[in-house]
Each structure stands twice: as structure tokens, then as C-alpha cells.
Design a protein around this ligand. Structure first.
Ligand code: SF4
Ligand code: SF4
Length: 470
């Protein structure tokens, strides 16, 4: 259907959104219920984990630190170096696929229950409730002229918001700069300008996003909201209004036989709209703005209980279930995502478990002369690059094996510091009369003297003289 730009009249079935229109402030009603509690119990451990992680220390270093200047990422017991970029890329791809798989199955539960924007907005709304009261009181307070009472309530709200924003910013920057150093540096005015800037930036971003932008972030800024609709199918679990049972909606008198009057179970109280953090009416059908938070389910169940009607007029269900009374959990799309996800996780775990914190590159000297003759010996010269990716220094031993009695000449065990790449020339020799081939394979083995499990190998070739030269 096309829209006649000359006409301001909306056409039936099409909802027009003016992206430049100022958003009305949303005053959410406080509600208690199963999903509200679930949101609290998923949000609290996430907040606690986020706040505590930068303070945890494992083996004398932060449990989680993205050390950009040193170009190393400490994640729990593992340190990743720039050459481990593949692992981080894998992690991001796995996280994205996990999100896709979960979305196919249970819709936007990530958005409703665990997304930082949702969790922080929830915290900010709780502060509003604490300082200014519930929905109606807040609407009246905003409409009232400035007074001492209004000033104190607004000031206390913004002060608490600011404290939360500052703690959030300090913690977030603490994932990139050791948090103890960061706080001490800020207190003694000794922190770097960059660190101070990012703390201020994230304080302002948290304050604005969770305090004022809220649903606009979900509606207009979040990329996930834009493409999640393509992952939905008729069996995706999401919040639905049971229009078959609810319509025709409308108020009713006590003890009225509303069914005889052609009415459904919806009493049109608008509680489901008043609790909605993104300010939509779920009775208009599934909408891209809905974050599947379930608050409208709690609100409607409370109303149903008061009316003595069965619960579930608004509920988590599937389109197929509403229309045909059944849901297919294992359908091709979900199985496809799940198989790809499991394969990716298996490959990642295998690679990570066989990863060694030691890297070695060996390059045969490609000078004019492929080999040297020294007395009875033939020698090849190699450039060996040792990369210590462990969190502590190690002393390494180098050996060379092959079909003949190869020896490493003039090599003394060397100490390489954590994160250091050490490059050196290495001479490998073998008795000339042993060689029966011009080109033969050799294996370099590098091993830490203090940890036999820290070992790596590299295969290369050894070039000798033509056999007729013997
Ligand atoms: S809360 Fe339930 S009864 Fe009230 S308007 Fe929403 S759907 Fe209807
Ligand atoms: S419609 Fe219901 S589930 Fe969707 S965002 Fe609003 S309150 Fe949450």
C-alpha cells in the first residue's frame, strides 16, 4: 500500500511513525509479579558480576583486563595476545550465534531481562520511584510548578542517578585500566587524561541513556532490535495478547454477564500499557519495539485475579499456539542455528584447550648460500622467533630432530619475558657424511625449562650439498 504524502490521514492497517517527533515522557506504573521478580533476579547477579570482576585478582593480575597499551587481554586464567585475535573473533561470533539461537526460540528475552540498557533503566526507574513515588505522583509532580518539595525530590533523583552513573563508568573503564590504579589516580589527580575523559564520557552516557533516553535507545539506536524480526517465526515464544479471548474489550458493570453482551475478558483498564517501559500497547499485536520484558503479563494477571478471570490473557506464547493450540520447538530453523552453534563452540573449546602460551616461528636463511661447510659438518642457519605468551618469564631450551644426528650449535638457554618476542639466529649442523639426501625434514622443539608442558614444535627443511659433492 502506498501513502499519499499530500494526505495527513493515516491509512488503515498502517502505523506511521514520525522519527523527528519528540517522544512523550513515559511514566511506568510499578507492578509486582513473576516476571518483575525474574527481571530482578537476572539483573542483580549481572550487576554484581559487572561491579566485582575488575576487582578480582588471579595469579597476581586482574581477572578481566583489556590492556590496550600492552596489547594483551587477561580473561580469567588466560592471557590473549594480538596473535590470538582469532580466539576473540570466534568468541564474538559464538556470542552473536547464541543470541540468534535464543531469539528464534524465546524471542527478545535478552532485551527484556539481561541487556545492560534494560537493567540500568530498571535501576533508574526504581530510584525515581524511591524519590518521587509511583506513576500518578510522578505525573503530578512534573505538572506542578517548582517548589521546595519538587526541588528536593528531583535533586535527590538526579544525585542518585549520578552516583550510579559514576560507579558504572569507573567500573567500565576499570576493565581497560587496573581499577585500583584508576581510582587512586583520579583521587590524587594523577590519572591519565584519557582515563579521566572516558570516566566522564561513560558517566554522561549512562546518566543520559538510562535517565532520559530509555526506550529511544531500544527503538532507534539498538541494531539488534532492527534485525531480530527476521529471526522470529510462528513458533517463537514471545509476549502475546490473546485477542480471541480478550475481544471485544471494554469496561463492564460488577456481576454483568459480559459474555452475553458480546464482550471478551479485556476490561480495557490500560494497566498493560501503563507498565510498559517502551510505551506500546501489546493489544495492537506484535511490535518491533516490544522487548519481551513480561511486565504487561504481570499487570494483566493482577487485573485478571481481581476480576476472578483466568490468568494468561497476555502471556508468553507462540503465534501457532494461539491459532492452532500447539507449538513446534524443534523446527528446521532452530535446529540449524543450534547445530552451527554447537559446532562453533566445540571447535573453539578444542582450540582453546590445545592452545599453548608459547609461539615459535622458524625461517631458514635464504641467503645466496643455502648451506655452509665447516670442517666435517654441513650447517644451515635459521632465524628463530620465540613468543612468550604466558603471564610470567620462562627460560627455554631448543632441540632439533630429524633423520640424521642434527645438533644446535652455540645455543644457550635464553630467558624471554612475558609478552616478549625474542628473535635470534640459530645454526644447525650435521656430519656431512651422514646426509643421504639434499633436502631433509627437521623438527625444532622449544620447551620451557620450568614447565615441560609449555612446549611447541615447528617443521622445516635442512638443505645439504648435492650428493656428487661428497
Ligand atoms: S491489563 Fe489486561 S485487562 Fe487491562 S487493558 Fe491490558 S489486556 Fe485488557
Ligand atoms: S509490550 Fe509488554 S513485554 Fe513488550 S515491552 Fe511492553 S511491557 Fe514489555
Amino acid at each position: 500500500m502506498s501513502h499519499d504524502p499530500a494526505s495527513d490521514e493515516p491509512q488503515e492497517g498502517i502505523r506511521y511513525v514520525n522519527l523527528y517527533e519528540a517522544e512523550d515522557k513515559v511514566y511506568t506504573r510499578r507492578i509486582t509479579g513473576f516476571y518483575q521478580k525474574l527481571r530482578r533476579y537476572t539483573g542483580l547477579p549481572l550487576i554484581a558480576g559487572f561491579l566485582l570482576m575488575p576487582w578480582l585478582v588471579i595469579d597476581g593480575r586482574p581477572a578481566m583486563l583489556f590492556d590496550l597499551p600492552e596489547r594483551k587481554f587477561h580473561i580469567l586464567w588466560t592471557t590473549f595476545w594480538p596473535q590470538d585475535g582469532m580466539y576473540l573473533a570466534w568468541l564474538l561470533i559464538i556470542a552473536a550465534f547464541m543470541l540468534f539461537t535464543v531469539t528464534v526460540l524465546v524471542g527478545r528475552v535478552w532485551c527484556g531481562f539481561t541487556c545492560p540498557q534494560t537493567v540500568w533503566t530498571q535501576m533508574y526507574i526504581w530510584v525515581e520511584y524511591l524519590c518521587q513515588g509511583d506513576r500518578n505522583k510522578r505525573i503530578r509532580l512534573d505538572a506542578a510548578p517548582m517548589s521546595f518539595n519538587k526541588f528536593v525530590r528531583k535533586l535527590s533523583t538526579y544525585t542518585l542517578w549520578l552516583v550510579i552513573a559514576l560507579v558504572t563508568a569507573l567500573t567500565f573503564v576499570g576493565y581497560f585500566v587496573p581499577i585500583r590504579e584508576l581510582i587512586l589516580g583520579l583521587l590524587t589527580l594523577d590519572a591519565s587524561l584519557a582515563a579521566a575523559f572516558w570516566v566522564l564520557f561513560f558517566t554522561a552516557a549512562t546518566f543520559t541513556n538510562a535517565g532520559f533516553m530509555r526506550q529511544q535507545v531500544c527503538k532507534y539506536m539498538c541494531p539488534y532490535a532492527r534485525f531480530q524480526a527476521v529471526m522470529y517465526d510462528r513458533d517463537t515464544l514471545t509476549v502475546f495478547y490473546d485477542y480471541v479471548r480478550g475481544e471485544k474489550r471494554g469496561p463492564r458493570k460488577p456481576n454483568e454477564d459480559y459474555k452475553a453482551a458480546g464482550k471478551g475478558d479485556c476490561i480495557d483498564c490500560s494497566w498493560c500499557v501503563q507498565v510498559c517501559p517502551v510505551d506500546i500497547d501489546i493489544r495492537d499485536g506484535m511490535q518491533s519495539e516490544c522487548i519481551d520484558c513480561g511486565l504487561c503479563v504481570d499487570a494483566c494477571n493482577t487485573v485478571m485475579d481481581k476480576m476472578n478471570y483466568p490468568r494468561g490473557l497476555i502471556r508468553f506464547t507462540t503465534e501457532d499456539n494461539i491459532k492452532h493450540g500447539k507449538t513446534h520447538v524443534f523446527r528446521p530453523r532452530f535446529i540449524g542455528y543450534l547445530v552451527v552453534l554447537l559446532v562453533m563452540i566445540s571447535v573453539f573449546v578444542y582450540n582453546l584447550s590445545t592452545r599453548t602460551a608459547l609461539g615459535m616461528e622458524v625461517l631458514r636463511d635464504r641467503g645466496v648460500r643455502m648451506y655452509r661447510i665447516s670442517g666435517k659438518d654441513v650447517q644451515n642457519v635459521y632465524t628463530v622467533k620465540i613468543n612468550n605468551m604466558d603471564a610470567k618469564p620462562h627460560q627455554y631450551q631448543l632441540e632439533v630432530d630429524g633423520d640424521f644426528d642434527f645438533r644446535v650449535e652455540g645455543f644457550r638457554p635464553i630467558t624471554v619475558n612475558s609478552g616478549e618476542v625474542f628473535t635470534m639466529p640459530v645454526r644447525v649442523a650435521v656430519e656431512r657424511n651422514q646426509l643421504t639426501e639434499v633436502k631433509t625434514s627437521v623438527t625444532f622443539t622449544l620447551q620451557a625449562k620450568d614447565n615441560p608442558e609449555l612446549v611447541t614444535e615447528h617443521d622445516t627443511s635442512f638443505i645439504g650439498p648435492q650428493l656428487r659433492d661428497h
